[in-house]
Write a protein that binds this ligand. Structure first.
Ligand SMILES: NC(=O)c1ccc[n+]([C@@H]2O[C@H](COP(=O)([O-])OP(=O)(O)OC[C@H]3O[C@@H](n4cnc5c(N)ncnc54)[C@H](OP(=O)(O)O)[C@@H]3O)[C@@H](O)[C@H]2O)c1
Length: 331
């Protein structure tokens, strides 16, 4: 497996990482734990060294699963996790409140260390920018944790360019994790040039457009009642019908390259910058193999140009998040 460095930090990880969220939440009920542990082991055997989780996934149980599954490989793999959400007592204990107060960040770090069964958190992202806490205070709290040896690298997720700059001035940011794929190219406007200038790595989440870009979802697909995609505007039946034009394009392009649409979607991200490391998520071994196969799909600058000029003619419909979640990004 090829490796990549996240910006100037020196943090080296497999060119494709593994998003573990779907094993415990977002896309239907939690999956069978022993099976997911086997899948984590299979990923390590295939050379994946970069795993993504968060306190809020589950909540808490995804970190426990990842901690247990990767315990045999301690020191050989990089585990990224995130702080910043908490249970909301005014909303039945749902984890939909933000809290990035420095003392809370430090408590979460201790708990994540225990659940992940590690001595230091390799990469600790703020999950969403908390407007009640100046970003300098957040960066300062993580800086303290780094000085204490409890955290190795600092990251942000869905932060605006100006916030990234302010945080980076206090504690260098190793990686930004935000949504980026052919389904959502907004980071190209301001975020990617800022990351390039500051030497920060980019970890695109939902690199397969939450499964849409794989060609396995169509307008008739019914999601489990607990699946988050039921409330995402771009996944309404009507919008899926329109947005499938992008999947058709990837499928046709894939036929020329002997690759699947998922592989073209990932290969496109890999070709954009050498410091981009996508983290597709799956709960199935054959799909893990398919996704990792994207490493071998070479896209030339002409291929990239062809994909982008064809896709720019497609008008995608529907926001990538429901209103509440949309209000928490890019700030
Ligand atoms: N920072 C943030 O705010 C944030 C937000 C969202 C996600 N993330 C992270 O990013 C990771 C990846 O994002 P994501 O899970 O939202 O989206 P994704 O990787 O774009 O897509 C995952 C979905 O695609 C399906 N899938 C994966 N590979 C496939 C293939 N080859 N063929 C067909 N279907 C396939 C998966 O289903 P199966 O399991 O059935 O294969 C799952 O439903 C997450 O696991 C999480 O760690 C972070």
């Amino acid at each position: 497996m090829q490796k990549r460095k996240l910006g100037n930090s020196g943090l080296e990880v497999s060119a494709i990482g593994f998003g573990c969220m779907g094993m415990s939440w977002s896309y239907g009920p939690p999956k069978d734990k022993p099976e997911m542990i086997q899948l984590l082991h299979a990923a390590v055997e295939r050379g994946v060294t970069f795993f993504d989780t968060a306190e809020v996934y589950g909540p808490l149980v995804n970190e426990e699963l990842v901690g247990e599954g990767l315990a045999p490989f301690r020191g050989e793999v990089i585990i990224a996790t995130k702080f910043g959400w908490e249970a909301n007592p005014n909303d039945g204990g749902k984890w939909n409140a933000l809290n990035s107060r420095p003392e809370h960040i430090k408590e979460v770090a201790e708990a994540s260390l225990r659940r992940l069964r590690v001595d230091a958190l390799d990469l600790f992202y703020q999950h969403r920018v908390d407007l009640n806490v100046p970003i300098e205070d957040v960066a300062g709290a993580v800086k303290d944790l780094i000085q204490e040896g409890k955290v190795k690298h600092f990251g942000l997720s869905e932060a605006a360019a100006k916030t990234i700059r302010r945080a980076h001035a206090v504690q260098p940011v190793t990686a930004l994790q935000s949504e980026y794929s052919l389904f959502f190219r907004q980071p190209e406007q301001e975020i990617i040039p800022t990351l390039e200038e500051l030497g920060i790595g980019f970890v695109p989440f939902s690199p397969l457009g939450k499964g849409f870009l794989t060609g396995k979802i169509n307008a008739e697909t019914k999601f489990d009642s607990t699946d988050f995609r039921n409330i995402i505007p771009r996944f309404t039946e009507e919008n899926r019908k329109t947005n499938l034009a992008l999947v058709d394009l990837l499928t046709k392009f894939g036929e020329q390259k002997k690759a699947t649409p998922a592989q073209i979607a990932l290969a496109w991200l890999l070709a954009k910058k050498p410091w981009i490391v996508p983290i597709p998520g799956t709960t199935k071994l054959d799909r893990l193999d398919e996704n990792l196969g994207a490493i071998n799909v070479e896209l030339t600058p002409e291929d990239i140009e062809a994909i982008e000029s064809a896709s720019s003619g497609i008008k995608l419909e529907g926001a990538r998040y429901p209103e509440f979640h949309q209000s928490l990004v890019n700030r």
